[in-house]
Design a protein around this ligand. Structure first.
Ligand code: SF4
Ligand code: SF4
Ligand code: SF4
Length: 313
């Protein structure tokens, strides 16, 4: 490796900023990265407006506006390697849940109804118009490395950057969140689906064994399983495992329903129906990706419309 520093650009598209903050969460390891990397365009660290040529480009967020699309295309042109960084960039992320609503509903809620942001004015200038779809970035530009996670854990961020700096493959597993979870899967006697308002689940045993929905078995580990190890069921924020994405007959609903039915006395169809009724939650992070959209779960929007229709009746 030459002594010349590797030039790095980052940019954020439609996102919450959390992925850029996660870069700083490398703590002292960021000094190791900075030994080898020169940060150029980076919205949280530098006031560089253009996009200088770079070896590595980190893109966070999904594409929802013309500005996002433009930034993604310019980054692709200027950077040799593009990392889709974070679940929004890889799968559309939480913004994908917005696809369950029209653009008008979203603008009306944010600018006229939400108590914390309401202005009574819906902006029509200076703010880029929302595109109809939420688009993961690899549907707009080619991506070289995918790093999902909401945000990805510093362990995986460091490994990805180190592998690119050292010119080797990243050393990461394709395990699910269950692989890092300390809870034990046992056959339980739960007869109905429960939630944490009903009871505090026993911390020794798997949430599924106790009748609580947990998406750990359908979710890629890019977080080291903090939620189930600290009393909270996994909501799937790192996006689906490779198995879910690549096996045509598998999706989040079928994987979790099958596993939970085996670990409890609850009928599998009851669990599937529950997951359909709560689809906006269960598929929140991956709803925008065609990889999930092409599965049997293309019915997600119908499930949501059915449930909202029942609520409005
Ligand atoms: S992946 Fe999560 S942390 Fe990263 S920008 Fe999207 S919402 Fe924020
Ligand atoms: S399903 Fe959830 S609670 Fe059960 S082992 Fe997997 S991550 Fe842990
Ligand atoms: S355990 Fe699940 S919800 Fe929690 S950070 Fe990991 S993927 Fe996200």
């Amino acid at each position: 490796m030459s002594d010349e520093k590797i030039r790095l650009n980052t940019d954020w598209l439609c996102d919450c900023g959390g992925c850029h903050v996660a870069l700083v969460d490398l703590h002292e390891k960021i000094l190791q990265v900075l030994d080898s990397v020169e940060i150029q365009h980076c919205p949280v660290l530098t006031d560089v407006k253009d996009y200088p040529p770079a070896r590595i480009g980190i893109l966070t967020g999904s594409v929802r506006t013309e500005h996002d699309r433009h930034a993604a295309l310019v980054m692709r042109e200027k950077c040799e390697i593009i990392i889709a960084f974070g679940t929004c960039a890889v799968y559309g992320g939480l913004h994908g849940a917005g696809l369950a609503h029209s653009r008008e509903e979203i603008m009306e809620h944010v600018y006229r109804r939400s108590p914390t942001t309401k202005t009574d004015t819906i902006p029509d200038a200076e703010v880029s118009e929302l595109a109809k779809m939420v688009t993961p970035i690899d549907e707009v530009i080619d991506v070289d490395l995918y790093l999902p996670g909401c945000p990805p854990h510093p362990h995986f961020i460091f490994e990805s950057l180190a592998s690119l700096i050292e010119g080797r493959e990243p050393r990461v597993t394709q395990d699910s969140v269950c692989g890092r979870c300390k809870r034990q899967m046992i056959k339980g006697d739960a007869r109905e689906i429960r939630n944490t308002l009903d009871e505090v689940p026993d911390e020794r045993f798997c949430f599924l064994s106790q009748g609580h929905i947990c998406l750990g078995s359908a979710t890629l580990d890019r977080c080291l399983a903090p939620c189930p190890n600290h009393g909270i069921a996994c909501t799937g924020c790192a996006g689906p495992t490779m198995q879910i994405l690549t096996e045509p007959y598998l999706d989040i609903r079928t994987e979790v329903s099958d596993r939970m039915a085996r670990l409890t006395a609850i009928d599998e169809d009851i669990i599937k129906t529950y997951m359909e009724k709560t689809a906006k939650t269960q598929y929140a992070y991956a709803m925008a990706t065609k990889m999930i959209g092409n599965k049997p779960t293309f019915l997600i929007k119908k499930w949501i419309a059915d449930v909202e229709g029942q609520i409005n009746e």
